[in-house]
Design a protein around this ligand. Structure first.
Ligand SMILES: Cc1cc2nc3c(=O)[nH]c(=O)nc-3n(C[C@H](O)[C@H](O)[C@H](O)COP(=O)(O)O)c2cc1C
Length: 206
């Protein structure tokens, strides 16, 4: 099965992160944020190209093996130290393409103890975040709701988006995000209860 990650070349500890955009839109700001995250060089980030390539979920097709595109996703999750998702709000929730991907993962072992955290490219989308957090805490014992970075670029003009994504302020915030995620990856596998209060103090750009 092809891997999205290069073989580990050194003993230097750099987190391997699978980045998934909930938006399949070509000009997605969430995808742009994930690409900026990958380009920042703070972790080994593999960006999953297209959730829309996954077939529609059916328990009848689960396998194993599942369809090839699903097995590629599951192998990438298995190879990653953590998964980072950035997602828009669609109709007060998260898009069907992301739910479809999660449904493919839910009865497979790769996701169960996988550390997961969220980036978010909008000043809006709080209902989506509630739904997505609820789903992610169900599928992984290691979803970390308080490792969260909001980068409100959804409504900015393109030139301003480029400026924010290339800026030192974002890089510093992403470095804090990666440090928190690294600490969480290194913690023993014990699930944390989620009461939602951590979100109030979550990191974010103004
Ligand atoms: C089908 C659809 C439904 C949407 N529903 C909502 C919504 O319920 N609430 C909201 O704040 N924005 C909604 N939006 C706007 C998107 O969340 C917003 O444009 C987002 O920034 C797009 O992210 P992207 O640039 O990563 O694709 C919707 C957009 C689409 C295409």
């Amino acid at each position: 099965m092809p891997s999205l990650f290069q073989p580990r070349s050194t003993d230097r500890r750099m987190l391997r992160i699978l980045a998934i955009s909930g938006s399949t839109r070509a000009a997605s700001r969430n995808m742009a944020l994930l690409r900026a995250f990958a380009a920042a060089g703070l972790a080994e980030v593999a960006v999953m190209a297209d959730l829309a390539a996954l077939p529609g979920f059916s328990p009848d097709l689960e396998g194993p093996p599942a369809p090839p595109a699903v097995e590629v996703l599951l192998a990438a999750i298995a190879a990653a130290d953590a998964v980072v998702i950035a997602c828009p709000e669609y109709v007060h929730s998260f898009p069907g393409a992301l739910k479809n991907a999660i449904d493919w993962c839910v009865s497979r072992p790769e996701i169960i103890h996988k550390p997961i955290a969220l980036l978010h490219a909008s000043h809006r989308g709080d209902e989506m975040l509630v739904h997505l957090r609820r789903v992610l805490e169900t599928v992984s014992s290691r979803f970390a709701p308080d490792i969260f970075l909001r980068v409100p670029i959804a409504a900015l003009p393109e030139a301003e988006v480029v400026r924010v994504l290339a800026g030192a302020e974002l890089k510093a915030a992403l470095a804090r995000f990666v440090r928190a995620l690294t600490d969480w990856v290194d913690e023993p596998v014990i699930s944390r209860p989620f009461d939602g209060t951590a979100l109030d103090g979550a990191d974010g750009l103004p």
